[in-house]
Write a protein that binds this ligand. Structure first.
Ligand SMILES: [Zn+2]
Length: 99
């Protein structure tokens, strides 16, 4: 996977081991832990919510809600929660059969 965490999001992250600010290098400059596997999960979550916003803008709120749920399972971000809320509010109620 060649995707990387966007710089703005990376700057907000802290090493899960020592709480040092994350740098572009996946090896923590303070404790030396390899953050690569952890970052791969964060990238997947970012891809899922990015795709979620894209499909929501395309009109598929149900798919966007599912992508938000999948993203939240990996990384609980405000963006993923917002996607889930907006998608849920956008989903049309099931059509009534008129009975
Ligand atoms: Zn560290």
């Amino acid at each position: 996977m060649s995707a990387a965490i966007p710089a703005a999001e990376l700057e907000a992250l802290r090493c899960p081991v020592c709480n040092a600010r994350c740098r572009p290098d996946p090896v923590c400059s303070r404790c030396g832990v390899d953050q690569g596997p952890w970052r791969a999960v964060l990238v997947k979550a970012w891809e899922l919510r990015t795709e979620g916003w894209r499909v929501l803008l395309g009109g598929d709120a149900s798919r966007a809600a599912e992508l938000a749920k999948q993203s939240l399972r990996l990384h609980g971000t405000g963006s993923a929660r917002a996607l889930g809320w907006v998608a849920a509010a956008t989903i049309s109620p099931a059509p009534s059969d008129g009975a």
